[in-house]
Design a protein around this ligand. Sequence first.
Ligand code: UD1
Length: 433
Amino acid sequence: MDKLVIRGGEPLLGTIRVSGAKNAALPCMAAALLTDEPVILENIPQVRDIETTRNLLAAMGAEVELGYGRAQHRTTIHCKTLAAPEASYELVKTMRASTLVLGPLVARCGHARVSLPGGCAIGSRPIDLHIKGLERLGAKITQDHGYVEATTQRLKGAEIVFDKITVTGTEDLLMAATLAEGETIMRNCAREPEVADLAALLNKMGAKIEGAGTSTVRVQGVTKLHGARHRIIPDRIEAGTFIIAAVLTAGDLNITGCDPQHLGALMAKLAEVGVKSKQNSDSVRVMGDNPLTASDMVTEEYPGFPTDMQAQFMALATQAEGTSIITENIFENRFMHAQELTRMGANIKIEGCRAIVRGRSPLSAAAVLASDLRASASLVLAALVADGETIIDRVYHLDRGYENIEEKLRGVGAQIRRIGEMLPRKAATPARA
Ligand code: UD1
């Protein structure tokens, strides 16, 4: 199993480029299930979750071609026939977002069988709202042997009101509604940029969607969707992680290829903490030479502060002067990184959904364990300012969502290396599955 070895203390200087958004790429890949024509996606990040989705689609009979050389971030997905509209437990257990295939499969094939996701490191994460929404669209749902099975002749448009805001739930039902008969109105939808990006692809495929990116989305169902070409939006969480890396190391980083409009809540919070930054249309420059002051933070659905940046913000709070109270409102158990940060010298107390971080604590290197994707990122950030050499175990969590993170950080001066078994990271030759 790979480990990262990081020697802290180097200011990060230079330019670092953001990859495409994993959380936009995953639903866009699932959207290819809705048509028998090829869908070409650009700016796909080379991360483990994309590989898992490729395997998931291939297992159903899709042809998934990965670009190589200069086109290595392009993928073409052709779901001409879908012999087995199924997502097995083996795949769903490694990536919960696999449940994104449920809506498109039942809409296209009239039948889908998808494993229910089990427990998760950050909370229970049920998919009851996906299931309830599909029932509203007329699907007959049964649950047996850990699988959910959905069948229908053709889905029928309906009004769906989400009891709770769910990102992949909104995406799943949005895809299903594109091929339903008549109009679907979805209320209390997730407003994340990734939902709007999926809708942009679906509209290019011939769907009739209005309002994606707001809380009310209207879909006029069509009988058929066609192929399309689409460029995935930049990864706002990766961008945010690099921004915090610049701040923590008192560096000066130009983070390019990002969309600052998607970073509003993070940049507003960082300004409160004392961070200086300049924004252009597709880049953010962060000058991390100011003293940092503590600030409370609450995670919320977009456009609020993202839960996917909470762990990284906690690493930052350990270096701010004063007490920061961090409240996690989206997931019930998303503070696993706190214990590891404490082992590195941070002063953090957990009280239910609140973490009380008292700064500023000098951090010292330790052997630490990554527990989930964003927790791993917070440990990398802490290690970049810790005194000595930190060893982060279970880096596979990081590989699920960060493309070549050690190469990117090394390029701006971090002392970081990977040890242990090397995972295949780039397709050297064209791959077909
Ligand atoms: C997505 C993101 C993830 C991010 C999260 C919240 C992807 C692939 N993943 O995850 O990175 O952390 O949004 O921004 O885009 N819930 C239910 N029933 C459901 C669905 C969700 O109760 O049927 C609850 C969840 O347990 C959670 C909350 O709703 O407490 C939000 O979850 P949701 O937005 O669905 O997260 P994901 O879409 O899984």
